[in-house]
Design a protein around this ligand. Sequence first.
Ligand code: IMP
Length: 194
Amino acid sequence: MEELVIASNNQGKIREIRAMVSNLSLLSLMDIGFMDEILEPFHTFEENAAAKARAIYRFCQKNVFADDSGLCVHALGNAPGVDSAHYSGERDDEKNLQKVLERLAGKPDRTAHYKAVICLVWNGKSYYFEGTCMGTILEEKRGDKGFGYDPVFVPEGYEQTFAELPLEVKNNISHRGKAMRKMVAFLEEQLQKK
Ligand code: IMP
């Protein structure tokens, strides 16, 4: 089976991605022996995803993809955006989420969207796939599934948060699910050509 490296150490993301891909052998960073932190120094999801995928490609020369994703809260000028993972100054989901709730307190517009951009390095060339998911931010957390900002994010058309909905439902409608399905369709085409 063709191998594909997931350039992430985020267990929440890796769990979601594994549930969506069956016809490829997915390798984690641990599987390829990459132990360093990957830097995300840029101001766009595209540039950060590309930087991560390229760094891992240089390390192992295997096909690899990286996703850069985040929560964009409209009343906060789309913050935390690319800074979602360390918005509070620390890589701490709880502190990051509390900072969003504090900043949003008293603001009437609680709409937001998640965005994910995948950069796939396939046979040395880069390809991009993206997805968004619209929703609103609650005032209090609900649910214990998911990760990051999921306990306060209610996707459009639903009443439950991403931390209450089953993983299959989240993957069907989420930013990452949408971007992943575009990449999987591309990979299926590439594998058929072989
Ligand atoms: P990245 O590793 O730079 O892509 O960090 C993404 C960050 O965005 C995560 O650490 C979360 O804070 C947030 N995020 C992205 N996607 C999701 C999601 O599906 N649920 C909850 N938080 C998310």
